[in-house]
Design a protein around this ligand. Structure first.
Ligand code: PGA
Length: 252
């Protein structure tokens, strides 16, 4: 059975103090009112990982970094390696977010190196994919997403693939308030699952959690999560408000 996952992506927001307060509020709400069958992940800035990891009940809340270095260690000033991330208590890494691809030139080649390191170290990657508006308008979103997957995760062995989580985030829906329609999200996730079934097997495809991201909110989570191929969400803006995030967690 694949997991239901709701992962917050705090992006470059909150100080450590604010982040710990937010994490404690989420923790309290999840422990008292959160759906028990949903894996809850907090994707915090690097600087917050350890303090947040120590502020929450780790039986209920998982911690993700939003990026990692493409090298395991050495003279790479300013970089944070996967083993450093792991040493904070974090166990997930958000990888290949469109903001990383677009603003920091993360190519598939770089993502492959990062992905290998994450899996080697036993952390769980949340691999992001998704098209820009021009591609959606041209109607070539399936080909575009297939190419992203072909260039990175479809290099993985079956055993490795079973360890990853995929998040489809159309760039035009991120932070814009313009969510993909439930049908658009379901269609793309079903398409991705179909690609996995063709490349690996139907049973592998059934095991992989695939999330939707992009203006997912307390008001639309319920409809999105009711779809057969949507296993949860990667949540930006709404993950910065504990009550909204809880509503999304309880959106199934
Ligand atoms: P958003 O961001 O929910 O604010 O649209 C989602 C994301 O970028 O992961």
């Amino acid at each position: 059975m694949r997991k239901k996952i709701v992962a917050g992506n705090w992006k470059c927001n909150t100080t450590v103090k604010e982040g710990v307060e937010l994490a404690k509020s989420v923790n309290e709400l999840v422990l008292t009112r959160g759906a028990k069958d949903v894996v809850v992940v907090l994707g915090t800035p690097f600087t917050h990982l350890n303090s947040v990891a120590e502020s929450v009940d780790r039986n209920r809340i998982q911690i993700a970094s939003q990026n990692c270095a493409a090298e395991s260690k050495g003279a790479f000033t300013g970089e944070v390696s996967v083993s450093m991330i792991q040493s904070t208590g974090a166990n997930y890494v958000i990888l290949g977010h469109s903001e990383r691809r677009e603003y920091y030139n993360e190519t598939s080649e770089i993502l492959n190196k990062k992905l290998a390191l994450i899996l080697e170290q036993g952390l769980i990657p949340i691999y992001c994919c998704g098209e820009a508006l021009t591609i959606r308008e041209a109607g070539t979103q399936n080909e575009f997403v297939k190419q992203q997957l072909d260039e990175t995760i479809f290099y993985l062995t079956e055993e490795q693939l079973l360890k990853i989580v995929i998040a489809y985030e159309p760039i035009w829906a991120i932070g814009t308030g313009k969510t993909a329609t439930t049908q658009q999200a379901q269609d793309m996730l079903a398409y991705i699952r179909g690609l996995i079934a063709a490349k690996y097997s139907k049973s592998v495809a059934e095991e992989i959690s695939i999330l939707y991201g992009g203006s997912c909110s307390a008001s639309n989570a319920n409809e999105l999560f009711s779809q057969p191929d949507i296993d949860g969400g990667l949540i930006g803006g709404a993950s910065l408000k504990a009550e909204d995030f809880l509503s999304i967690i309880n959106g199934y």
